[in-house]
Design a protein around this ligand. Structure first.
Ligand code: ZN
Length: 234
């Protein structure tokens, strides 16, 4: 194998390592995004529960205020009945008392129902508060561990790039830039061995004439089928 090709293959090995590290690094982002989305969902469902509980509490206060009003009316009517002097006024006063009592009974029923809704709403609030805060704890750990992974991968990436740059100095500039051009089209592998007279990547036959040039010079050729670099192994 021509020493230039061997030097280029060493660079390609490093580039594959670099590509793997970059892929792993890029994979951390969706995990962070997924955690943020999960946290947003937990927070918004906790806020929704708090809103429902607050509105039940407002209703409870409204009805409680109405109960005190109705009790005041009831007491006033009762006091009025105590001062009724004629038998003619008594039925009207009694009817008023009965009406106030009915209103109070209805209020109490409504209060009891609101009380049940409020208890359920409050239970939901504490449950969702607990879920959100547990998630915070779990995610804090996961974020720390992801940040550590990220730092470690960035270190490896820097080191791998330094090694690669050093090896790249041993490859002739024209050959290296040809290789870089192929890789810049989102290729991981750019250099393939000739296999039985064909491109090791796409199996297109390399014409006899070009093959004999490759054998003479040892220089790689670009495959007409796939645009990859093909080299002779002997
Ligand atoms: Zn090919």
């Amino acid at each position: 194998m021509h020493p230039d090709v061997a030097a280029l293959l060493a660079v390609q090995d490093d580039d594959i390592i670099i590509h793997d590290i970059e892929t792993t690094l890029a994979g951390l982002r969706p995990r962070l995004d997924a955690m943020a989305a999960e946290r947003d969902r937990a927070v918004s469902s906790r806020e929704q529960a708090r809103k429902i509980a607050a509105s039940e509490e407002r209703r409870r206060q409204e009805v409680a205020a109405r109960v005190s009003q109705h009790r005041a009316i009831f007491e006033k009517n009762q006091a009025a009945l105590n001062h009724v002097t004629s038998m003619r006024e008594a039925p009207a006063a009694t009817a008023q008392i009965e009406q106030a009592k009915r209103m109070i009974d209805e209020d109490e029923l409504e209060l009891a129902s609101i009380g049940r809704h409020l208890a359920e709403a409050n239970r939901l609030v504490s449950e969702r508060e607990r879920i959100a805060s547990e998630l915070d704890g779990v995610q804090a750990q996961a974020r720390d561990s992801l940040a550590a992974d990220q730092a470690r991968l960035e270190d490896s990436l820097r080191a791998a790039r330094a090694v690669r740059d050093e090896k790249a100095k041993k490859v002739p500039r024209a050959l290296l830039s040809k290789y870089d051009r192929i890789r810049s089209r989102k290729r991981v592998h750019a250099v393939f061995a000739l296999r039985g007279g064909s491109c090791g990547h796409c199996d297109t036959t390399i014409p006899m004439q070009r093959r004999s040039i490759m054998l003479t010079t040892g220089a790689p050729e670009i495959c007409e089928g796939c645009g990859m670099m093909v080299y002779v192994t002997e």
